[in-house]
Design a protein around this ligand. Structure first.
Ligand code: NAP
Length: 264
């Protein structure tokens, strides 16, 4: 396939995962050159060769354990210094399915390090350059569980709620500076993530599981449309606008200087 005009470098974390692989390939097809990251080098190199073969785009790899403070900060420094980066997709987002009474401190630390800390630092590393250039895209992968925590996905659900709140404040600051901050909320669509978390994928009701190719195609279409909020399986987007309106009413209802009458 002939090499297409470049739209700058797209950085993709979690690039070797079920979603990341297809998403990265879709970005290459859209004209981005790629900087792909995951923990392990070998699958990244295989993916890089496959994407270059299929799309003709240049692909660089940068393996980094995002739960490792030093590795994260080296990676962020690399991103902050590169003026050609035009898109950051924070896809890496591990989960643990386990009661809060038995989740280990290591599992808590890793989930928060990748889903909260790394996402925040990675956004911070690109945002100054995006503002200076007056353009750029950040895509943060959250989850349906951000809106309805699942008890055994306790820390994971909370970390995804963080992704939503962080993205919302970034949207408010950056949308008028030419920068798109997009939030993607996957439901169930790929087995490996669930199995890694410790949840048997086949327990999910089949009609609640989206085909992975359909999911990624929908998410990439939403990127083409420059949507801020992506609910790939939600048919009626009014549900989201009503949810947001309720949230605003809740906050407006709290902005008083006296206790509610039931507490007086
Ligand atoms: N799949 C679903 O059904 C589903 C549902 C809801 C939300 N999501 C969200 O969608 C996103 C993608 O999911 P997925 O299904 O593609 O996941 P996946 O198949 O489990 O892939 C995980 C990816 O993240 C990387 N990763 C994990 N821990 C890392 C770390 N400490 N440092 C650096 N990279 C790390 C993995 O690299 P290595 O293999 O090298 O570790 C791999 O590339 C995640 O944010 C997930 O929370 C997925």
């Amino acid at each position: 396939m002939a090499k297409k005009e470049t739209r700058g470098i797209a950085v993709v974390t979690g690039a070797t995962g079920a979603i990341g692989q297809l998403y990265a390939e879709g970005l290459a097809e859209r004209g981005y050159t790629l900087l792909l990251s995951a923990k392990s080098r070998e699958p990244l190199e295989e993916l890089s060769e496959s994407i270059t073969r299929k799309t003709g785009q240049k692909v660089e790899v940068s393996p980094a354990d995002l739960a490792d403070h030093n590795a994260l900060h080296d990676f962020c420094a690399r991103l902050a210094a590169d003026r050609d980066i035009s898109l950051l997709a924070n896809i890496a987002g591990p989960a643990v399915f386990c009661p809060f009474t038995t989740i280990s401190s290591g599992q808590i630390d890793t989930t928060i390090a990748v889903n909260v800390s790394a996402m925040t630092h990675l956004c911070r590393s690109v945002v100054e350059g995006f503002v200076a250039r007056g353009r750029g895209t950040i895509v943060n992968f959250a989850s349906m569980l951000a809106f309805r925590p699942w008890a055994e996905f306790n820390v994971h659900s909370a970390s995804k709620a963080f992704a939503v709140a962080l993205s919302q404040s970034l949207q408010a600051q950056l949308r008028h500076k030419g920068i798109l901050v997009q939030v993607v909320t996957p439901t169930a669509c790929a087995r490996q993530f669930w199995e890694n978390a410790g949840f048997p994928f086949d327990y999910l009701p089949p009609d609640a599981v989206m085909n992975r190719d359909d999911f990624v195609a929908a998410v990439l279409r939403a990127l083409d449309l420059k949507e801020e909020w992506v609910f790939p399986s939600l048919d009626d987007p009014v549900t989201w606008t009503q949810f947001e309106a309720t949230r605003i009413r809740l906050v407006q209802g709290m902005m008083h200087n006296v206790p509610a009458s039931r507490y007086r």
